[in-house]
Design a protein around this ligand. Structure first.
Ligand code: PLP
Length: 343
């Protein structure tokens, strides 16, 4: 629809080999047109809505669904209103606004279940009365759109010459829709389903905590993570993700925000991969699994890099400020070689 999908699969040149892993791969979902895997969801969702003659959408988003939806609506001349939490990263907000979406920021939206429930109740009523589609990237609300995300599994199967060649896939989990889609994508191909692992910030562990407790239900938590996109404290697709996790035999990992930011810095400085923190969470999970001896590092592993670094410039600032730029004086131009040699 807009060039989404068929994203690059990059073999790790430094992070993996330096840790005895020659077959660690990064699936660059950040290379989708609006910079995240959500383009797959929006492409499938909008084509289904357009077939049904729907021309207006209301959406909730932590930012990436909104960016993808705003781009799609600009291209297909649809109207969209997007409700986001008030601390959505600036890169995502700018994208939505630049594409012409009507953006409404809601204090404590998503993080506070009371506020979130009130917003959803209003949106559901509005969507019925105004004939507008309610767009949320989750199976609970938009199963057709989520079908588009399942393709990630097909692409991996083709790239490896069969799903049984993959020893594990690491997936960042917020609401759980992405994870469920990846597992279902493998299941629908009918072949072997690799172990698909959940990675969540410790500051918003819903699925991972329920898995550790051996429970079937996801309990709501109070989120403290600063990782945009993974701060989903209530059960949207979390219960579904938990079920899929048990079916595929994967494991769940929790990583602190610091570990996720450190993984983001590793991707930027050692692999040349520019990603937002949520996009580095899968690698943080792989590092934990490897350090804990839970996986054999000689296996073939994939980390989904789900969102681009341009999305969240503040998150890359700390890495950038450690490496300040140098302002050249005009008199130094003639002895530039000395300056470069000293740098
Ligand atoms: C970049 C990124 N990665 C991962 C996720 C998690 O997806 P889900 O909420 O479906 O678990 C999101 C969700 O917004 C995201 O934006």
């Amino acid at each position: 629809m807009m060039g989404e999908g068929d994203t690059p699969l990059l073999v790790s040149r430094r992070i993996g080999p330096e840790r005895g892993a020659r077959r660690l791969y990064f699936k660059l979902e950040s290379c989708n047109p609006s910079g995240s895997y959500k383009d797959r969801f929006i492409a499938a969702e909008l084509s289904s809505l357009m077939k049904r003659g729907v021309r207006t959408c209301v959406a909730t988003s932590s930012g990436n669904t909104g960016s993808a939806l705003a781009a799609g609506c600009a291209r297909f001349d649809m109207r969209c209103h997007i409700l986001v939490n008030d601390d959505a990263p600036v890169g995502k907000l700018i994208q939505m606004q630049a594409h012409g979406a009507k953006v409404i920021r809601v204090p404590r939206f998503v993080s506070d279940p009371g506020v979130t429930d009130r917003v959803f109740a209003q949106l559901q009523a509005y969507s019925k009365s105004a004939g507008a589609a309610l767009v949320v990237s989750a199976f609970r609300y938009c199963p057709e759109g989520m079908g588009g995300v399942e393709r990630i599994a097909w692409e991996l199967t083709v790239a490896f010459g069969g799903a049984k060649e993959i020893d594990g896939v690491f997936v960042p989990v917020g609401g759980g829709g992405l994870y469920s889609a990846v597992v279902q994508g493998f299941q629908k191909r009918g072949s072997a389903v690799p172990k698909v692992h959940v990675v969540q910030p410790a500051g918003c562990s819903t699925v991972a905590a329920a898995f550790a407790r051996g429970e079937r239900e996801v309990r709501p938590v109070t989120a403290s993570t600063r990782v945009s996109g993974l701060s989903v404290p209530s059960d949207i697709d979390g219960g579904l993700a938990l079920q899929r996790l048990r079916e595929c035999g994967g494991t769940a990992f929790e990583a602190s925000d610091e570990e996720i930011f450190a993984a983001q810095r590793l991707l930027m400085t050692q692999e040349g991969v520019y990603c937002e923190p949520a996009g580095a969470a899968a690698l943080a999970g792989w590092l934990k699994a490897r350090d804990a001896g839970v996986i054999d590092p000689s296996g073939a592993f994939v980390c989904l890099v789900t969102g681009h670094g341009f999305k969240d410039p503040v998150s890359v600032e700390s890495a950038a400020t450690k490496n300040p730029s140098r302002l050249l004086t005009l008199s130094e131009i003639d002895r530039l070689a000395d300056v470069l040699g000293a740098a």
